[in-house]
Design a protein around this ligand. Structure first.
Ligand code: MN
Length: 143
């Protein structure tokens, strides 16, 4: 737990005292080139604010769950799938992922995609689609 009132940003999306973590700690969910940093983790608020960064051409796991995501893009460009629609996203765009809604974030080919994600500290486990189902669900994203 951090006890400093100010933790400095280094100009390159790393913050003082914040570890850069592997995106998934467990399981074999398919994803590519994603890192995770927990910026705030406050028991009193029951929430976490994380920073995810997807390297150019990478993607997060296609998944759904009961907990919601409130996302703000702060770096680069990409696309997101939320339910049945895909959207171009860039800096300062806000993305809301409702409960039990399939979602995935993909970075553009030539740019990373970095975003803040606000979530509950207590979260249910993500559900993953089967391979054929995943192809169908992610069709709006293309590629
Ligand atoms: Mn999710």
């Amino acid at each position: 737990m951090n006890d400093k009132p100010v933790r400095r940003h280094d100009g390159a999306f790393h913050w003082e005292g914040v570890d850069v973590l592997a995106y998934k700690q467990e399981g074999t969910a398919p994803f590519r080139d994603v890192t995770r940093q927990v910026l705030f983790d406050d028991p009193a608020m029951g929430a976490q604010l994380r920073y995810f960064e997807v390297a150019p051409g990478g993607w997060t796991t296609l998944e759904r769950h009961e907990h919601v995501h409130n996302v703000m893009v702060i770096r680069g460009r990409g696309r997101c799938l939320v339910g049945e629609s895909a959207h171009e996203i860039g800096p300062n765009d806000l993305v809301s992922v409702p409960p039990m809604t399939w979602h995935q974030f993909r970075a553009a080919e030539g740019e990373p995609l970095g975003f803040l994600c606000l979530v509950n500290r207590e979260r249910d486990r993500p559900q993953l689609p089967g391979e054929a189902e995943a192809r169908e669900i992610s069709r709006p994203l293309g590629g």
